[in-house]
Design a protein around this ligand. Structure first.
Ligand code: PMV
Length: 329
């Protein structure tokens, strides 16, 4: 059977960095994100006896054999859950740069999970879908739901309590994210390898873990109370703490480029002038500026004066991953 789904990317306001179980993709800490519209993945999956091997077409190009192990592992997991053996054809399109620190794995595995579960005949609820997406990429669990969500760390060894819950719906408030793309090159260290290296070698990783629950409490409360300052301040500091652990691993992982730094200093300067904007950065060089709707145009104008920015994308809170009727093949 064939099914298609669309899922949005998400931006972590409190980051997930480090696993307690690599196979089940269980995190060392909980995380909170906003699902964003405007950056999404559209995926069609068909399981059929006519296919003698799995095939993946990413942004119109068929991936070479052996070049999509993470997809095959995920399809295997879904085949096992559904008790089917058929191979699959997968077509998946991102409407934003892939693997450059823009959460393509989050929207990608969320869309793949929703489409493939349906195509395999599974009937999963949102909680189960978030646990399934988690197995493909941790942050993908958060893209299953819309608005502002929390991925619970959980305590159980089998991962049964590590799933996503919604904090607020997409239309809760006028929160916006302005992304400045500073490079579309594929990053050298993927988040999976980067976080494993951090857990293994960073002397400050313990300090990261010790302060995350306080950040989670502040951001969760800030969202509910619509307290932008509380959310922005906490999210920015949380991002810097995560990058501090990355930079102090062996060998160091520095995702920022000179343009990233220029934007960071600019945002800090804008704040000194009284504008409420904060930055956050994932495992890549792009800077995401968190702001309220009223400041978006001013921020876009200010960004246009900074050297090295390739593109600016404005996102609002987005909706949950969903099945769609149109197929890609
Ligand atoms: O689940 P992954 O492999 O996409 O890792 C996500 C890591 C960060 O983007 C840096 C943080 C986060 O919580 O999204």
């Amino acid at each position: 059977m064939k099914a298609s789904a669309i899922a949005n990317a998400n931006i972590a306001l409190v980051k997930y960095w480090g696993k307690r179980d690599k196979k089940l993709m269980l995190p060392n800490n909980g995380s909170i994100s906003m699902t964003v519209d405007g950056m999404s993945t559209n995926t069609t999956v068909e399981f059929d006896p006519k296919y003698d091997k799995d095939a993946v077409i990413l942004n119109g190009k068929e991936l070479p054999e052996g070049g999509f192990d993470e997809f095959v592992n995920h399809l295997n997991l879904i085949r096992e859950m559904a008790g089917i053996k058929e191979k699959a054809k997968v077509a998946t399109n991102n409407n934003f740069p892939t693997a450059a620190g823009l959460a393509s794995s989050a929207s990608g595995f969320a869309a793949l999970s929703v489409a493939a579960a349906k195509a395999a005949g599974l009937d999963l609820d949102k909680k189960e879908l978030s646990m399934l997406a988690r197995r493909g990429s941790g942050s993908a669990s958060r893209s299953v739901d819309g608005g502002f969500v929390e991925w619970l760390r959980g305590e159980n060894d089998d991962g049964s309590d590590s799933y996503v819950v919604q904090i607020a719906k997409p239309d809760h408030w006028d929160f916006r994210m302005v992304t400045a793309i500073t490079s579309t090159k594929e990053k050298k260290v993927k988040s999976r390898a980067g976080m494993a290296q951090t857990v293994a070698t960073c002397p400050y990783y313990k300090g990261w873990l010790e302060t995350v629950s306080e950040d989670l409490d502040k951001v969760r409360e800030g969202i509910k109370e619509k307290d932008f300052t509380k959310v922005g301040e906490t999210a920015e500091l949380n991002c810097l703490k995560m990058h501090a652990t990355m930079m102090t691993t062996k060998p160091p992982i520095i995702y920022w480029n000179p343009t990233t730094m220029r934007i960071i200093h600019s945002v800090l300067g804008w704040r000194d002038e009284g504008m409420e904007a904060y930055f956050t950065i994932d495992a890549g060089p792009q800077v995401k500026i968190l702001c309220m709707e009223k400041d978006v145009e001013d921020i876009k104008k200010r960004l246009s004066g900074i050297e090295g920015i390739e593109k600016v994308i404005v996102c609002r809170p987005g909706g949950e991953a969903r099945l769609v009727d149109e197929h890609l093949f």
